[in-house]
Design a protein. Structure first.
Length: 265
């Protein structure tokens, strides 16, 4: 999600609230500062545990949503765009514990990375780097023809069945192995049949969230967006509060970061 400079936000809110915005502005500025202070530059000698990809093809809104969850959990991270990721060696990637590829367009993501980059990521995961792929990141983690990572031993994923009905986004009830059902935001996401252990299922019974080992790396793939903010829900009806879904996004991040197996079918 694109953001205006702080002074522009201050001017707009102050104008719209006739000068009564000060308490709100203090809170917003404090939140913005908190959101930025855990993003560690790639050039830092202090390598954080998490690398978040924000390159060409990713959704800026989803990158921002993931960053909010990371900051709420006090997890330091760095971001890398397509050029930066293309310049990273396998050994550099292995300095991180977790690579997160968020939603967006998996075709564009793959086509703006070199085949060598995909090979470096693939090999780093096989050697122990953990991987979380959300929506487009899940497609990209499979055997996508668009320069995919093939962390799935040749398995390629298709879209969830709602896509065939002309539905592009919806609130979808995802049921976990313990019987808990959460309405999650879905938009052009995959169903993940054929690889890993099933953590959550779509209403049609196909896998929505899966986990498993790829070599020595722990991999979690999600076809839905538990990190989605409230603004994405406009025009849709959710039985699950956004705070509960966002907390589940944190659960997925913790699980893949610390190699903890979630309850599965």
């Amino acid at each position: 999600m694109a953001s205006r400079p702080t002074e522009d936000v201050t001017r707009i809110l102050t104008s719209s609230l006739n000068g009564r915005a000060f308490p709100i502005l203090v809170a917003l500025i404090a939140l913005a500062s908190t959101a930025c202070d855990r993003a560690i530059p790639l050039t830092s000698s202090n390598t954080p545990p998490i690398l978040l990809f924000n390159g060409t093809g990713t959704s800026p809104n989803d990158v921002a949503a993931v960053e909010i969850v990371l900051n709420q959990k006090h997890l330091p991270y760095s971001t890398a765009n397509s050029t930066q990721l293309n310049e990273m060696s396998e050994s550099q990637l292995r300095n991180y514990r977790l690579l997160i590829v968020p939603g967006g367009n998996f075709e564009i993501i793959g086509n703006h990375l070199t085949s060598g980059t995909s090979a470096h990521i693939h090999n780093a995961v096989k050697s122990g780097l953990n991987y979380l792929g959300i929506c487009a990141g899940a497609f990209f983690g499979g055997n996508s023809v668009y320069n995919g990572l093939n962390l799935t031993s040749g398995v390629q994923f298709g879209f969830y069945s709602a896509e065939n009905q002309g539905i592009r986004k919806a609130a979808v009830a995802i049921t976990d192995a313990g019987g808990q059902t959460l309405d999650q935001y879905w938009e052009d996401g995959p169903q993940l049949s054929g690889w890993g252990s099933v953590v959550g299922k779509y209403p049609d019974g196909t896998p929505a969230i899966v986990e498993g080992m790829s070599g020595s790396g722990w991999v979690v793939l999600s076809g839905v967006h538990p990190e989605a903010p409230a603004t994405w829900r406009r025009g849709m009806s959710f039985a699950t509060p956004v705070s509960v879904d966002n907390a589940y996004a944190g659960t997925l991040i913790d699980a893949v970061l610390h190699r903890v197996s979630l309850a599965h079918y």
